[in-house]
Write a protein that binds this ligand. Structure first.
Ligand code: LP5
Ligand code: MN
Length: 247
């Protein structure tokens, strides 16, 4: 018995090999799990639940196969797919969760999130995030035709990419005080998140208890998956995408 966690796949039509690896992962691994949690940035950018492309259709169908097969699938928005909405959930059978959610993992309380909100030192990002999360901005954006939305996103992405290049490695990591604060607030000893693309398992001690923070890895040349089993054992696995696709 085990549960799987993934994040930061950044799927897009530009990388069909990633989409193929994701489909393979769903077909061969996810269906055998008790549950699959996708902790954000499944997509490079998700513009609209009504995305008419074959790419969107293919991903939705692959997720639907998993949920129809009896594996519950949960999704938390990332900074690149915060526009995934109810229609996507209905079409795929995936359950959308709040941005900070506490789950029970075989009796162990775990806080799960994308991880961007832990990066308190990245002030410019947080200001940007606040803007794009404003409901009125999103409502206006939704009204636009798909092609116009694609153009706007691509223009903003170019500006944002330039801004990101000027940031230090430290600024783009989680803020340790914030990590401790959210874990204390939620009364958990386990935190699982992605976003930083720095896969690792961090442990520290506080208030006489061992705290664990698991950071999921991004997908690119490798796929990255966290397996957590019913005995409370866990491992972060990485596998070269070329080897994975050959299986
Ligand atoms: O994802 P990753 O790891 O590459 O970088 C993130 C942060 N970047 C982002 C940007 C997304 O990748 C792409 C967003 C496209 C948005 C389209 C919006 C369409 C409208 C929606 C409806 C209203 O999230 C990056 C972090 C990094 O993680 C590490 O934490 O640093 O943040 C940035 O680089 C953000 C810049 O610092 C902010 C630059 C502002 C530029 C002004 C653009 C105009 C704003 C218009 C708002 C509507
Ligand atoms: Mn992210």
């Amino acid at each position: 018995m085990h549960t799987l966690f993934i994040s930061d796949l950044h799927l897009s039509p530009a990388h069909p090999e990633l989409t193929a690896a994701f489909r393979q992962f769903l077909r061969h691994q996810a269906i055998h799990a008790d549950a699959l949690y996708i902790l954000g940035d499944l997509f490079d950018f998700w513009i609209d639940d009504k995305d008419p492309t074959d790419f969107a259709r293919e991903i939705k169908a692959a997720l639907k196969d998993v949920t129809s097969g009896g594996t519950p699938c949960y999704f938390i928005h990332g900074n690149r797919d915060f526009l995934v909405g109810k229609r996507f959930a209905t079409e795929t059978g995936v359950t959308l969760l709040e941005e900070h959610t506490v789950i029970s993992l075989y009796g162990q309380r775990a806080l799960i999130m994308h991880g961007d909100t832990l990066c308190l030192d990245d002030v410019r990002y947080l200001q940007f995030r606040e803007k794009v999360h404003q409901p009125w901005r999103q409502a206006l954006f939704r009204l636009l035709p798909f092609r116009i939305k694609q153009k706007i996103v691509s223009k903003i992405q170019t500006n944002v990419r330039q801004d990101k290049q000027n940031k230090s490695f430290e600024i783009m990591d989680v803020n340790q005080s914030e990590v401790q604060r959210v874990m204390n607030d939620q009364n958990v000893n386990l935190l699982i998140h992605g976003h930083t693309h720095r896969p690792d398992i961090h442990t520290y001690h506080s208030s006489d208890s061992k705290k664990v923070r698991i950071v999921l890895g991004d997908w690119g040349k490798e796929i990255s998956v966290l397996t957590y089993d019913h005995l409370g054992q866990y491992h972060l696995d990485r596998q070269l995408i070329t080897e994975y696709s050959d299986q």
